[in-house]
Design a protein around this ligand. Structure first.
Ligand code: ADP
Length: 208
């Protein structure tokens, strides 16, 4: 394990691969170890935040709801079919999300801090996150990922396939992995793999 006192560990995986399920298993073992990307994405566009001001300055007041909060559906629609707009939105938000997550990580008191980073492979990989001591990839066969996505989100198979195809490939993600959590068995098997992996980290972190 790296020399940092509380190593930062990135957790990633494709949509519906089981990242959240794995993250919950880590959290159950080590309460407070997890910094959640969804929470970060919400926090950086809270009313009054610089992030919200930047998004409104760029995309116009049409992305605000009547309550002054970001209207995520309106924003999604605005960038849905416009790759350049999506890139600009990411350029506004990703550095803020990263900074928020790192600040949260500083406050953690667990032996390691797990940063949940769904788009790690798409968002610049290790180069964008040089502070990570390790990267853990949750991996599942694409057919299983697709079935879980359809069941979880109630979407049709074509949309599920499209969402998966729009992300980095399984191989691209696995190329970043220091550790792989294979999620093709039961949730209990995934939880057991999480416990084994964290045991391995903590043993290795002990001085001889
Ligand atoms: P992600 O966070 O990667 O998008 P989730 O953890 O939400 O994925 O998992 C996607 C869906 O698959 C969820 O409904 C979850 O309950 C289910 N799931 C995850 N792992 C398993 C598993 N090992 N067996 C059965 N269902 C699973």
């Amino acid at each position: 394990m790296a020399s940092r006192e509380r190593p930062l560990i990135g957790l990633t995986g494709g949509v519906a691969s089981g990242k959240s399920t794995a993250a919950r298993a880590f959290e159950a073992l080590r309460p407070g170890c997890r910094v959640d990307a969804d929470a970060a994405a919400r926090a950086v566009v809270e009313p009054g935040s610089e992030g919200l001001a930047a998004v409104v300055a760029h995309f116009g007041p049409g992305v605000l709801g009547g309550d002054g909060r970001l209207d995520r559906a309106a924003l999604r629609q605005r960038v849905f079919a416009d790759a350049a707009a999506r890139k600009r939105l990411e350029a506004l938000l990703h550095p803020r999300i990263r900074a928020w997550m790192l600040a949260q990580a500083e406050a953690a008191t667990t032996p390691y801090v797990l940063l949940d980073i769904p788009l790690l492979a798409e968002g610049g990989g290790r180069a964008a996150w040089p502070m990570l001591a390790r990267i853990v990839v949750v991996d599942a066969p694409v057919a299983l990922q697709e079935a879980r996505l359809i069941a979880r989100d109630g979407i049709d198979p074509a949309l599920a396939a499209h969402m998966i195809a729009a992300q980095a490939s399984r191989a691209e993600r696995l190329a970043l992995a220091d550790d792989v959590l294979v999620n093709r068995g039961s949730p209990a098997e995934l939880a057991a793999a999480v416990a084994r992996l964290e045991g391995h980290w903590l043993r290795d972190a002990q001085p001889p």
